[in-house]
Design a protein around this ligand. Sequence first.
Ligand SMILES: *[C@@H]1O[C@H](CO)[C@@H](O)[C@H](O)[C@H]1NC(C)=O
Length: 652
Amino acid sequence: MGIVVLTMKASVIEMFLVFLVTGIHSNKEITKKIKRPKFAVPQINCDVKAGKIINPEFMVQCPAGCQDPKYHVYGTDVYASYSSVCGAAVHSGVLDNSGGKILVRKVAGQSGYKGSYSNGVQSLSLPRWRESFIVSEGKPKKGVTYPAALTYSSSKSPAAKAGETTKAYQKPSVPETATMPVTLTQVPTTTAAKATHTFLPKASPSAASTTGSPRPQPIFHRSQELEETDSWKLGLVPLDVGFVPKEELSTQPLQPVSQGDPSCKVDLSFVIDGSSSIGKRRFRIQKQFLVDVAQALDIGPAGPLMGVVQYGDNPAIQFNLKTHMNSRDVKAAIEKMTPRGGLSNVGRALSFVTKNFFSKANGNRGGAPNVAVVMVDGWPTDKVEEASRLARESGINIFFITIEGAIEKEKQYVIEPNFANKAVCRTNGFYSLNVQSWFSLHKTLQPLVKRVCDSDRLACSKTCFNSADIGFVIDGSSSVGTSNFRTVLQFVANLSKEFEISDTDTRIGAVQYTYEQRLEFGFDQYSSKPDILNAIKRVGYWSGGTSTGAAINYALEQLFKKSKPNKRKLMVLITDGRSYDDVRIPAMAAHQKGVITYAIGIAWAAQDELEVIATHPARDHSFFVDEFDHLYRFVPRVIQNICTEFNSRPRN
Ligand SMILES: *[C@@H]1O[C@H](CO)[C@@H](O)[C@H](O)[C@H]1NC(C)=O
């Protein structure tokens, strides 16, 4: 200490300059610091987890005995910050069981920490964690200032106490001296005064910023990140919840499996290229793309579900919609896939998907749009147009991603030029994405995910069964009679059964009329088939006159006015006699409003009137049945006409 004082006297002029900067009162403070024998690296116990320490990069002194299995470690090389810092250091070989100094650097959280046995420590696997760290030998890097005291995320933890011995350093009286002690302790005490001299100007704000200078980028080990092992299973998720704060516990790592993004409820089939021409490398890029899509989609039972069909000569289902119900499991399954080889029979693959993939047994939910994303490397070796049309007509929305398509001189080999545009339902580019190179495939990720989830625009999934608002207009006049009225209701129910019924698919409404009219139920009242069938059954026979014209007007007002803009509006009017009022004007109003009107007349119904009511051409939209008992025969005919008309409408 005498030396210090002497040295200070010797350099009194220099010190004076320093005091001008820092203020006289800090003299004492500086002296006190200089008195510190040596920089002490903060000490921690074996059980301190990296996540408890807030500092992004720090040096610590580990005690002996951290090899003990009770100090859990998660990961290999890159450790989840839920791990014991010192345990991880032993595992990585930076430290042995006798303890010592180590350097710790925080890096980004990741998924798939892989456990391994190394240096006497068994580390565990962890599906994901929000923060990681890496450890290296306790040699300070040049130009990096390490904290002399660690900042803990919770002061209550015993770990914090371990750091208290060095707390004294953390009470600098000069505001910007947070980094001072460290610099100070890096020089021998004998030259302390000199150090003070060189050190103080450094404590200026500009010097402080050097501690915040960019650090080397986190090191990521892809191989481990991409593999899944059995040890991922929940059993290995830490049960020792030690110092983990409550909010951490609730989310990590016993993170509940995602239910999926509810704003993107689609049943998705990736139809991927496994043909010989694709090669291993491009196949791998394709797999990575699928993994990225799966992650971006957030797969789950309440959101999107995803299956994969791989094609070559022949297609095969790799996994279906319900095999893996979260992004992580889907990712693991994708990573296990190997190319099938053979030709690029895309058309065959699409037929296969239409027939086999979207079945209930494969997890098709019915209420979610069916989407097939077809990946094509180059061009297909068979025809796809017809297969695509059939797929679309069965309700599948087809997206094509063509990668490295035929260049000019290769075009002669392409069987079906412009196949992608012919395969999709619209040629406006929404459904087909063309990528010049496999290396730019990732750029289609966001556009694809956005489009696949845009259920309002998935118009290709519209079929005659799922795209209409159907309003039944039922004659309840006295001439019908109770028993025949039941038959009419059965007919209405039998027709309704054929459709896919939900809020977003086909909706059914019903009006009963005599002289008067009443709304039995509107389009938005029931959204499932059983509910609709029940509601039809419950319709009570009214009995009265027959004002068909007024009934049409009423249906337009009470039912079709509330139809959704993108729905086809179908009116099915059932009557057993001539109307008391004029039907011509109400019928014209219906046709003008785009309501496609089917007229079904029984027994005493007037054919000419049916033809006026029906949409043109009347022979496709009007039916005459001589007896109520024969009504059932017309169910398939009416359905067929509805579908024929639907399919004959232009798609664009
Ligand atoms: C409705 O369907 C049932 C069962 O298939 C059949 O027995 C009945 O005759 C049908 N009735 C009408 C009117 O379509």
